[in-house]
Write a protein of this length. Structure first.
Length: 223
């Protein structure tokens, strides 16, 4: 196991100059790889699986900002509510209600990004324009969450123009919902872009990228 140190340093510097937050996606990677990036200065890490996140959080330095970027099931919110920094993939109002409930129990306000369905593939989760509008309107009653922005994933395809148009659409929605802001809705973060498409995402206005394999190498799923 080894991290791509040079790739990391260059990317971190480049993104920092552009005021873009780099979330290092460490799913399936061992704690020592995370620690290696931590020692180079990285603090934002993203995980997809609740149990894996809980295990790693217990082992690793307490000033790491843990991002949950996977598909979160309502019945698992309670395991991460005490420490999670940002939940990226919130794709239903029901899930928001549960996060709010668990955040209240933990005496916290949890920041969340609404996941927007931008890919034409049917398997991707997320809100459409109209659903975003409804969810944002209903938010005011949820005092222990704050919607801080949107997250989206483009189609998994070699057609880069398609990827670009999907990111463009997400940026359009981001701009559309930016104002007016309310006590628990401040749309400021646009989480889009992964190893294969972050350059396009950045060109289209992303201010948070989620990058795994470029930093940690390809993932090997055993089991
Ligand atoms: C795994 C994952 C990433 C990182 O993917 P890479 O291609 O390894 O950069 C980003 N976002 C989400 C939601 C992921 O599940």
């Amino acid at each position: 196991m080894a991290i791509n140190k040079d790739a990391y340093l260059q990317l971190a510097e480049d993104l920092k100059n552009k005021n873009i937050t780099l979330v290092a996606v460490s799913k399936t990677k061992p704690a020592e790889d995370i620690l290696a990036l931590y020692e180079l200065g990285q603090r934002d890490f993203g995980e997809n699986y609740v149990q894996e996140l809980v295990d790693k959080q217990a082992l690793l330095p307490p000033d790491i900002r843990w991002h949950f970027i996977g598909h979160l099931q309502s019945n698992k919110v309670k395991y991460i509510a005490g420490f999670v920094h940002l939940v990226h993939g919130v794709d239903s109002y029901k899930l928001l209600v549960e996060i709010n409930k668990q955040a209240a129990k933990a005496n916290r306000i949890i920041d969340c990004l609404l996941q927007v369905h931008i890919a034409q593939e049917e398997t991707k989760f997320g809100f459409n324009d109209e659903e975003l509008n409804d969810a944002i309107k209903q938010l005011l009653q949820l005092n222990n969450i704050c919607i801080t922005g949107f997250m989206g994933m483009a189609s998994f395809t070699d057609d880069l123009e398609k990827v670009r148009s999907e990111f463009k659409y997400l940026k359009y929605l981001f701009d559309k919902y930016k104002q007016p802001q309310t006590a628990n809705c401040k749309i400021e973060t646009l989480s889009m872009g992964m190893s294969s498409d972050y350059k396009i995402a950045v060109e289209e206005g992303s201010n948070m990228v989620r990058i795994g394999s470029l930093l940690f190498g390809e993932r090997v799923y055993n089991k």
